[in-house]
Write a protein that binds this ligand. Structure first.
Ligand code: SAM
Ligand code: SF4
Length: 331
């Protein structure tokens, strides 16, 4: 029997973001410090079987219709292809994607497509090698470009590109990124920088806002709304020069879309989070390792979602950043 992952505000979560690791091979400055973080101990990270068991409960019992694998960097999880294959075997109609920095995607794209992955979201903030090295603290731009091309060739389409603009670093790269994305048939989306970095360095004045992004793009492109209303999709989508190319802007801070949120998150160590910004989690790993039945795990999951707050509260004076950084939650 299916039970919805419903909350007290009428929202139902159907989109599950599964973090497969908190580790990463880049060090994006808006995400984590140069020296990395204290990674989760291996025995706290869910095994492949535990991940698949929880996804199965989500899909078979709780109405999950979309699964996105993320991290940390999901491509460094050895079992990724197998986890995708086992998730696909649950249901042909599930929408399956991976959010990745694309390092190593060139090698894995075909195998992921054959395992049943639908598409990838690739994070790329600049096309300038020096700026890329400044932002990610690694000189790997070429690997990302090759990874994106391999994903496109493997049919993991539409390849979506996620870009974060940083003031004084890459904030004049918006138009170049859009020209490049259109030329390669990738779908570009800009994301406002959020207070989820491990260093707690986020400052509102430093954030490049959606309005600023529109102004920059308007210098070279004509943007018209591509869909109304945006529903549960976080990106406001625009036709570029009349279409068919589009560009999205995810204005999580200046235009929150919490009222339409349909997401739920599972961390690599088996905690259900009902919001990126939640300050409370529900420990499914401990329950699972104490022999909880699928029914009991589903009950816990439903209860965790019922406690979801109406909004993330970033704009409230009392806002407190969650203890976990983005890389340990799963973006
Ligand atoms: N490593 C993978 C990647 O970079 O795509 C997946 C995990 S990463 C945490 C997921 C997304 O979160 C990336 O698109 C990244 O740019 C974004 N991100 C990380 N920190 C962020 C922040 N403070 N504000 C906004 N987006 C952030
Ligand atoms: Fe790694 Fe992604 Fe964070 Fe960059 S944004 S450091 S690629 S987890």
């Amino acid at each position: 029997m299916q039970r919805p992952l419903a909350d007290a505000y009428g929202r139902v979560a159907t989109d599950l973001r599964v973090s497969l690791t908190d580790r990463c091979n880049l060090r994006c400055s808006y995400c984590m410090p140069a020296e990395g973080l204290d990674w989760m101990p291996h025995d706290e990270v869910l095994t492949d079987d535990e991940v698949v068991r929880l996804i199965t409960i989500g899909v078979r019992r709780l109405g999950v219709r979309e699964v996105r694998f993320t991290g940390g960097e999901p491509l460094i999880r050895r079992g990724l292809v197998d986890i995708v294959r086992r998730t696909r075997a649950l249901d042909d109609g599930l929408e399956l994607s991976v959010t990745t920095n694309a390092l190593g995607l060139e090698r894995n794209a075909q195998a992921l497509a054959e395992a049943g992955l639908d598409r990838v979201n690739i994070s790329l903030d600049t096309l300038d090698p020096a700026r890329f090295a400044t932002i990610t603290r690694r000189d790997r731009l070429d690997d990302v470009l090759r990874g994106a091309k391999a994903a496109h060739n493997a049919g993991l389409t539409p390849v979506k590109i996620n870009a974060v603009l940083l003031r004084g670093v890459n904030d004049d790269d918006a138009c170049d990124l859009l020209h490049w994305s259109i030329d390669h048939e990738y779908e570009l989306r800009f994301i406002e920088q959020m207070p989820l970095d491990a260093q707690h360095d986020w400052h509102r004045e430093q954030m490049v806002t959606a309005d600023e992004i529109f102004a920059k793009l308007a210098r070279e492109f004509t943007l018209t709304p591509a869909r109304e209303p945006r529903g549960s999709a976080p990106a406001e989508l625009f036709l570029v020069d009349g279409g068919p190319a589009t560009v999205g802007v995810i204005a999580s801070v200046t235009r929150p879309f919490c009222g339409d949120c349909d997401r739920v998150r599972l961390t690599a160590d088996g905690q259900v989070r009902n919001c990126l910004f939640a300050r409370e989690e529900s420990d499914l790993r401990a329950a699972m390792r104490s022999d909880a039945s699928d029914d009991e795990l589903a009950d816990r999951w439903v209860a965790a979602m019922a406690r979801k707050l109406p909004g993330h509260g970033i704009n409230d004076p009392s806002f407190l950043q969650p203890d976990r950084p983005m890389s340990a939650i799963g973006g």
